[in-house]
Design a binder for this molecule. Sequence first.
Ligand code: URA
Length: 464
Amino acid sequence: MAIQKRQRIEHPISTLITRPSGEFANWIALNMLPASVIRKKRDGHRLTDDEIRWFINGFVTGEVADYQMSALAMAICLRGLDVNETTSLTRHMLESGQQLPRVSDRPRIDKHSTGGLGDKVSLILAPLLACFDAEVPMISGRGLGRTGGTLDKLEAIPGFQTQMNESDRDAMLQDIGTFIVGANESVAPADRRLYALRDVTATVESVGLITASILSKKLAATLDALVMDVKVGSGAFMTTEAQATELAESIVRVGTAAGLPTTAILSDMDQPLGTAIGNAIEVNESLDVLNGAGPKRTRELTIELCATLLAHAKIIDSIEHARSALARYLDDGSARERFDRMVARQGGTLTGPLPLAKPVVIEAPRAGHVRSIDCAAIGDVVIMLGGGRRQTGDQLDPSVGIDVHVQIGDAIDANQPLMTVYTDVNEDSQIHASLTESIELDDAPVPTRELIIRTIHPPSNATR
Ligand code: URA
């Protein structure tokens, strides 16, 4: 394995777009009206960098009202943004906040996922990448709808703190190479406010808005390289490969043009990742993988995302060398040791697998082959059990969750365990029925889809 010397790349995003200055800029600001900008996009025209900058600045300072921002978001959802508009939006959302300072010359890398059921990769990936003398400053979120949040999972560990001050974060990067914390007000505040509006105005599903939202936060971390895990399937935001490819290509193109070399992997989300869904139960599965065991698909996706990133960031000279080094760090306890150090520094106490609620086994009603697994139905049950939120601010029960024992394509016998549900609520026939029905059985064998669908690299002529 050859660890390569790396060249630091300055983010050239500010140099991509020319800005007017002085009197002309003032004249533009005085003569812009929110309704004119909204109307222009509503009618399908391209917005200029000045218009986007003015609108986002106005939104942050209060000159543009929430309802005007929502109207523009809806016009963008219907009419789209081209690559220049998306780059402008990304840049102005980034500039609404601060960027994490560099604390060393080591490569700084990260992963972002569009979110899916049972996706606990971040918990394993951050300490694993830190084993390569890289910095992984991971700023994560809470659960959104049915997809659990990394912070909620980590908070299942008694004492684990997801907010840290800047000097403690810097010290963690120096000593351990990673931390996993929540965003504070200083990271892309325009995105935080816009996301809250999009969530309640049916304007989340726009490639341009999603690209700018994700990249503004990742650029704020001053990364040298990013890998995106774009989930595709019934349990993901993007249900078709065509939609997922469009989003992945947009993020790769805009990220790379903004000076953040970005690669994307399209991964299957027609079924949960691994077996565990919930908070404590997903920490336990992550510990299994960090101990060199655990479900094959969780390990495989983690290794593939890390290997792609290490090779792309030129930290390791080839993807094959990266894969074998990653497997070694999982099998020899190095990644687990980093994880334990990270947990301890963030206040957590972990003495073994986390306790779970009472197990209830759901059995197959008949023999057959697993045709599909309804991720939405399983995610809804986890919310009903208290493992996810119905409303912002709901308290979670970390001990509840579901262990899914079958995968698409498996041949199963009648009465074979399909799932184990962990709950302290007494037998609930509605939950039982909905979980039994969430596994669709077929008499004939069922083909399976590969976990890693495709990797999307930046175009060879991309601006860096
Ligand atoms: N995740 C984000 O951070 N932003 C989006 O818009 C969608 C998913």
